[in-house]
Every structure is written in C-alpha cells, then in structure tokens.
Design a protein around this ligand. Structure first.
Ligand code: SF4
Length: 252
C-alpha cells in the first residue's frame, strides 16, 4: 500500500464539486502559476510555514489506508448531503499511485471528483480519470508561450489529457482562473471556448474570479510573490465568448 504527502484534508467544502465534500489536498505541483493561491501546495516536500508568530510544518505523510478509513467514516454524512470526496492540490497526478490506492479503498457509494490541472502523464491521467465520477479540469491559457511564461510549463500534455478525457465521456467541468490581463483576455477566453465546445462530457465552464488575497500567503511560506501582471486591472468577465460557442458558463 502506498504512502503520500497531503497538506490539508478539509471538510464541509462546497466549491469543489456537487454537494458538501471533503477535499484532500495533495502536496506537490509541476506548475508554478504566478497567481497560485495555494503556494504551500507547490513543493512536494513538507515545509515550514511562519504565520502570526507561530511556526508549523505543512505536509504530512499518510498511508493510503489511513486516508481511506477517514473518508469512509464520513461516507454517510457526505452522501446524505449529495456530496463526496474531492482530490485536489497541488496536483493529484503527481501522486497518482497514492490517489489510486485511496480511491480503490473507498466506499463505493462515495461520489469522487478529481480536481486537476491536467498536467501529468497520459497513463496517470487515464488511471485516475477512469476511477472518478467527475473531473474538474483547470484550464488557464491556450497560447503555449503564454502558458510557459505564466505557469512554467508547456500546455501540450494538458491539452492532450483534455482530449483524452472527452473520449471517456466522463462528466467534466472546465475551471478558468480569471487573472487580470493574463487569462481573462477576450482572445484567451475565445480560444478556450473554441477548444472545449462540443466535447463529450462537458458539463459547463466555471469562471473563477481573481483572488487578490493569494499574494499574502507567499511570505509565510518563505516564497516571493512576483506576479508580473497588474493585479488591480479591471477583470474581464466576458461570458459572451462562451455563449457564442454554445458552451454553458457561469461565474463561480
Ligand atoms: S496548477 Fe494550481 S496548485 Fe499548481 S501552481 Fe497552478 S494554481 Fe497552484
């Protein structure tokens, strides 16, 4: 049975999938999004956080069976609230074997969501996507150079996994973090709408308004927040790009 690193297990979440959910935050992410609001989730290792005069280690090792037991103990209440369990991060694909082992031990009545950037190997993505009920797929930028500039990685594997997901016909929600002047441009939103329109399994697109509080977390994690864009610029909430392509959209 595998072991992995988790930086939070949060109960009563209402934004990570249908109903009331418990969200497991896996530590480690291959992306370095300039706007990341979970900087403590980027490193795959436990790390010291200094906050309000106290110090704590973020990131704890767990056995897959420990996590599954904890989640299974909540199964009745989660199901009664039409919810379930969400695997988020960081990036769950970075600990795909660990996540798979947890899922395989879960009560079969639990609804499971994979919340992913899509950045991982095709086989890891397939292994997890095949095991969950729904995927929340975060899509940031279609232009490859802009993707490299703002996230540190090429988006080819991400778009490849998105196409694979649509072949599964697994229900999925596209989530777009709206970052002023970066991801919220008409050009990028139109390109995303054209990319996802008509894909089998697409439930809707969620536009996630920019979180200005993100920068405050970096110093406590010993990191520097250097976004490289104007955080105060007016956000472009252009839902017409999606309506034009007949893609259901909402502002989350
Ligand atoms: S993919 Fe998500 S967790 Fe990873 S760096 Fe980007 S915003 Fe942060």
């Amino acid at each position: 049975m595998s072991e992995g690193i988790i930086f939070d297990i949060r109960e009563f979440c209402i934004h990570d999938g249908p109903g009331i959910r418990t969200t497991v935050f896996l530590k480690g992410c291959p992306l370095r999004c300039k706007w990341c609001h979970n900087p403590e989730g980027m490193s795959a290792e436990p790390q010291m956080i200094n906050s309000a005069g106290s110090r704590r280690i973020v990131g704890e090792k767990y056995q897959a069976s420990e996590v599954a037991d904890r989640l299974n103990s909540q199964a009745d209440i989660l199901c009664a609230n039409e919810g379930g369990v969400t695997f988020s991060g960081g990036e769950p694909l970075m600990q795909s074997r660990f996540v798979k082992d947890i899922i395989d031990l879960l009560d079969k009545k639990l609804h499971i969501v994979l919340d992913t950037s899509g950045c991982g190997t095709h086989s890891d993505f397939q292994m997890l996507a095949a095991r969950v009920d729904m995927v929340y797929f975060d899509l940031k930028l279609i232009d490859r150079q802009a993707h490299v500039k703002y996230t540190g990685v090429d988006n080819d594997p991400i778009l490849c996994n998105l196409r694979a997901l649509s072949e599964f016909e697994k229900p999925f929600v596209i989530r777009i973090p709206l970052v002023p002047t970066v991801t919220d441009t008409d050009e990028n939103l139109s390109a995303i709408a054209k990319t996802v329109r008509g894909l089998p399994g697409l439930v809707r697109v969620d536009l996630l308004p920019y979180n200005k509080a993100a920068g405050g977390k970096y110093a406590s994690a010993g990191m520097v927040f250097d976004p490289g864009y104007d955080e105060s610029a007016q956000l472009n909430l252009n839902i017409d790009c999606f309506k034009k392509e007949q893609v259901e959209v909402r502002v989350a």
